[in-house]
Design a protein. Structure first.
Length: 128
């Protein structure tokens, strides 16, 4: 079967363990999700270093739960050589999770949902 025009999205466990075990995998893009906390940024930086060291493709940093400009500045400074995609902290995401529904279904116009939809569009464009 020809998989040359296929996209696989994998949600890996938090941390860098999976990245350390990847061999010569055919990875084009790695999304590194970080929150505006020192520990999250530290782990994200280690992940970005592994992506570069293992030549795993392009790394994009997803800055999750951004509450204000200071949050975004902290993450952007920590990843000066990477594209940083901000996803705002959004009560609609929390509410959807509490109700066991997808945010896209319950609040399609919520700021975080719109930001994630733009990210998805960018990923499709990147792989096309």
């Amino acid at each position: 079967m020809d998989f040359s025009n296929k996209m696989v999205v994998a949600d890996l466990e938090a941390g860098v363990g999976t990245l350390t075990r990847l061999g010569d995998a055919g990875v084009d893009l790695v999304l590194i999700v970080v929150e505006p906390t020192p520990k999250s940024v530290e782990v994200g930086c280690r992940a970005a270093d592994l992506v570069a060291d293992k030549s795993l493709g392009r790394a994009v940093v997803v800055a999750s739960r951004i509450r204000n400009e200071d949050d975004l500045v902290m993450i952007t400074k920590a990843f000066p050589d990477h594209q940083v995609v901000p996803i705002p902290d959004d009560p609609a995401i929390v509410a959807a999770d509490r109700h066991g529904v997808a945010p896209l279904d319950s609040a399609p116009d919520a700021p975080a949902v719109l930001a994630l939809a733009r990210l998805a569009d960018d990923l499709v464009a990147f792989t096309s």
